[in-house]
Write a protein that binds this ligand. Structure first.
Ligand code: ATP
Length: 277
């Protein structure tokens, strides 16, 4: 494990066992192990005993090398694959199929091209069981929150990449998930749009406080957004560090980058991942 000389030790939480939040966790992995069978009859061990919890309303970012198994844990949490060992719980219940109240957002948006902006967001409200008489109100408030006013009747093909991701986020929020699984949701956007989307996500998260697991390759993005940053090792993945991000909220994307605490934490994670200068 990397040296932590530059980091306030209070920022770093004990590695084992994972601390239990006071409220019942939204999501919990207990000694999760996942292996995949390979065509030559051997097995690929991807996750080797990960334990973690995500409390209600907590924003947890996950960083780690490519292929370390970050997306795999999200797939396990949404019931898309069965663990080889350990357990996966959402709202205290073992996951054995897509759990209710869990929503996803991926790098590539999956907007329906035959539905307008409002229509795409409305799907989330429909699937999330928002009563018919409250759907339009919910859709309208999300359109406002995500600054999509004036584009309610636009088609996905008429939108920029950032706007499409804002619509995806609107659809996810309309579903009213208690746990949001986000897999590099802004990874395909240009730098400026990515920063703007981070700001957008923070403002809706600060308003709605839903639990989030946010997978990213971008260390600065992880620190800027999250309450905690988990660092995965190379495959088979273990959690090699669990940082509490002590930066105050509300966070301001630009000024925060000049904060020495921000720099110390990003540098510590760079060293954990042994990334070159
Ligand atoms: N169904 C599968 N069968 C075999 N191997 C798989 C399967 N799904 C994932 N893997 C392997 O598991 C490993 C972890 O994949 P995963 O997509 O979780 O990594 P990741 O950390 O999200 O990577 P990246 O950051 O590049 O997106 C990879 O080596 C991948 O090839």
């Amino acid at each position: 494990m990397a040296l932590m000389a530059n980091v306030n030790r209070a920022d770093r939480m004990p590695m084992s066992p994972t601390p239990q939040p006071a409220q019942s966790p939204r999501a919990e992995l207990r000694d999760l192990r996942i292996s995949f069978p390979l065509p030559d009859m051997s097995t690929l061990e991807v996750i080797s005993g990960i334990s973690m919890t995500v409390a209600e309303g907590e924003f947890v970012a996950v960083v780690g090398p490519s292929g370390s198994g970050k997306s795999t844990i999200l797939r396990a949490l949404c019931g898309l694959l069965e663990p080889s060992g350990g357990s996966v719980l959402v709202d205290g219940k073992p996951v054995s199929g897509p759990p209710p109240g869990v929503g996803f957002m991926f790098q590539k948006d999956a907007l329906l091209p035959w539905r307008t902006v409002a229509g795409n967001i409305r799907i989330g409200a429909e699937l999330g069981g928002v009563p018919g008489d409250r759907r339009e109100e919910r859709v309208a408030s999300l359109i406002k929150l995500l600054r999509l006013d004036g584009f309610e009747n636009a088609w996905p093909r008429q939108l920029s990449g950032g706007m499409r991701q804002r619509v995806s986020l609107g659809r996810l929020l309309a579903y009213q998930p208690s746990l949001m699984l986000m897999d590099e949701p802004f990874g395909a956007l240009d730098y400026q749009t990515k920063i703007a989307m981070g700001k957008e996500l923070l403002s809706v998260w600060e308003a709605e406080r839903r639990a989030i697991i946010f997978v990213t390759h971008d260390i600065e993005e992880a620190v800027a957004l999250a309450d905690r940053v988990l660092v995965f090792s190379a495959r088979p993945a273990r959690i090699i560090a669990d940082y509490k991000v002590m930066l105050p909220r509300p966070r301001h994307m630009r000024s925060m980058r000049g904060d020495p605490a921000f720099t110390r934490l990003t540098e510590a994670i760079w060293s954990d991942l042994a990334l070159p200068e």
